[in-house]
Design a protein around this ligand. Structure first.
Ligand code: GAL
Length: 397
C-alpha cells in the first residue's frame, strides 16, 4: 500500500513538473548554456546589424551546430523609459521583435540584459520598479535568456540598510527573486542568468531564486592573469552546480587577442572542467583557424556538456602545477593538468590521487589522439601557462 502511494506521489509530481518553476528551469539548462555575447569584444558598440552578422557567423562557422545557440545582447541596447513606463531600445535597435524573429529563424535563441537597479552599470535605464512590465516586454520580443546585472541596485542596498551585510544580502536576494517570479509569470521559458559578481555566496541561494547560472566573480578581462585567477578560484564550488544551475566564471575571451594559444587552451579546458557556460565573447565574423580549433573542439565541449552535470574540481596541486578531475557519465573521467608557470614543465597525473581505480585508457583531447593505457601514473610535458586535457575510460575487460 505504502509503495502504491509513493508511486502515485511520484507520478503526480511528474505530471505537475511542466508547471513547476524549478523543473521548468532545469529543462532550460540541463547542461551549461552555450552561445555568444556582445560584451567582451564589442562592449557598448552594438547594433541590430552587428547582432545579425554575428548570428549568421554562428551558423556558418559551425558553432551553432556545436551547441552555441544563445545570442546574448549585453548592456548597450537601452534607450529611454517613456511616461507609460515602457523601456525603449536606442536607435541602433529599431525593432527588437524583428531581431528576435531573425535570431530564431536561424535556429538560435535570443538573450537580453537588464538589472534590478534603476540604472545599468553604464547609466542606462534598468528595471527597478518596472520588473513585471520589462519581463513581459522581453517575452513579447521572444527573449529566451535574461542576464540580470546588480549594478546600481548596490546603491539601494547601501542607502536602505547601510553597512548591515546580512540585511543588504536579503534585499539583493529579494530583488532576484522578484524578477524570477515576473519571468515565470510571462509563461515563456527564459533562462535566468544572475550577475552580481558572486556576492553573498550566490552559489548557496542562486537556485532558490530561479538562477540557471550565476557569476562567481567580477568581470573577466583578456589576460591570462585575470582569466586564470577567476577560473581557478572556483576550486571548492563544484558541489553547488548541477543540471539547471551552474557556476559562471564569465564570458570567454578566446579569440580576443590578449592570450597565447596555450593560454586560450587553458581557458577553454578550465571552463569545461568547471562545467561553465560556454558563451563566446569574440568577433565571430573574423575568427582565425586557431580560434576555431579551440571554440569548436568537440571533445572538450563534450566534457563541458557531459549529461551527468557534475562540475570538476582541483584534485591536487604542487604549487602552481594543478591537476583537476571531473566525473563523467558512464564512468569516464576528464582530467586536466594545468601548468600555471611561464615555462614548460613535466607534470604527473597520479590515478589514485584523482580517485581512479585500476588502469585507464586515455585520450588526449587537444591532440585528438589516444594516449594508450595508463597504469598508476602518466608524466607529460605541459607548455608554460598551458594545459593537457585527457579523457579516461575503463579498459575493455
Ligand atoms: C558589468 C557586468 C559585465 C557587463 C557589463 C555591461 O557589470 O559584470 O558582464 O554586463 O556590466 O555594462
Amino acid at each position: 500500500m505504502k509503495k502504491f502511494w509513493l508511486a502515485a506521489a511520484i507520478f503526480s509530481l511528474a505530471a505537475l513538473a511542466p508547471q513547476c518553476g524549478l523543473a521548468q528551469k532545469q529543462m532550460l539548462a540541463a547542461t551549461p548554456p552555450m552561445g555568444w555575447s556582445t560584451w567582451n569584444h564589442f562592449h557598448h558598440d552594438i547594433s541590430d546589424a552587428l547582432i545579425r552578422k554575428q548570428a549568421d557567423a554562428l551558423v556558418s562557422s559551425g558553432m551553432r551546430d556545436a551547441g552555441y545557440v544563445y545570442v546574448n545582447i549585453d548592456g548597450g541596447w537601452e534607450g529611454y523609459r517613456d511616461a507609460a513606463g515602457v523601456l525603449h531600445p536606442n536607435s541602433n535597435f529599431p525593432d527588437m521583435k524583428a531581431l528576435g524573429d531573425y535570431i530564431h529563424s536561424k535556429g538560435l535563441k535570443f538573450g537580453i540584459y537588464t538589472g534590478p537597479g534603476p540604472r545599468t552599470c553604464a547609466g542606462a535605464p534598468a528595471s527597478y520598479g518596472y520588473e513585471a512590465q520589462d519581463a513581459k516586454m522581453f517575452a513579447s520580443w521572444g527573449a529566451d535568456f535574461l542576464k540580470y546585472d546588480l549594478c546600481s541596485f548596490r546603491e539601494i542596498m547601501k542607502s536602505e540598510v547601510g553597512g548591515d551585510l546580512e540585511k543588504s544580502d536579503a534585499l539583493m536576494i529579494a530583488a532576484y527573486q522578484k524578477m524570477h517570479q515576473d519571468l515565470l509569470a510571462t509563461g515563456r521559458p527564459i533562462l535566468f542568468s544572475l550577475c552580481q559578481y558572486g556576492w553573498g555566496e550566490v552559489w548557496k541561494w542562486g537556485p532558490e531564486v530561479g538562477g540557471n547560472m550565476w557569476r562567481t566573480s567580477g568581470d573577466i578581462s583578456d589576460s591570462y592573469e585575470r582569466m586564470s585567477s577567476i577560473g581557478f578560484r572556483e576550486a571548492g564550488l563544484s558541489a553547488f552546480a548541477g543540471p539547471g544551475h551552474w557556476n559562471d566564471p564569465d564570458i570567454l575571451e578566446v579569440g580576443n587577442g590578449g592570450m597565447s594559444a596555450d593560454e586560450e587552451r587553458t581557458h577553454f579546458s578550465l571552463w569545461a572542467m568547471l562545467a561553465a557556460p560556454l558563451i563566446a565573447g569574440n568577433d565571430l565574423s573574423a575568427m582565425s583557424q586557431e580560434t576555431k580549433n579551440i571554440l569548436l573542439n568537440k571533445e572538450v565541449i563534450a566534457v563541458d556538456q557531459d549529461p551527468l552535470g557534475r562540475q570538476g574540481d582541483r584534485a591536487y596541486a604542487e604549487g602552481p602545477l594543478e591537476v583537476w578531475s571531473r566525473p563523467l557519465a558512464g564512468g569516464d573521467m576528464a582530467v586536466a593538468l594545468f601548468n600555471r608557470i611561464e615555462g614548460a614543465t613535466r607534470m604527473t597525473l597520479r590515478l589514485d590521487a584523482v580517485g581512479w581505480n585500476g588502469a585507464a585508457v586515455a585520450r588526449d583531447l587537444w591532440m585528438h589522439e589516444p594516449v594508450g593505457r595508463i597504469a598508476g601514473s602518466y608524466t607529460v610535458a605541459v607548455p608554460g601557462h598551458g594545459a593537457v586535457m585527457l579523457r579516461l575510460s575503463h579498459p575493455a575487460p
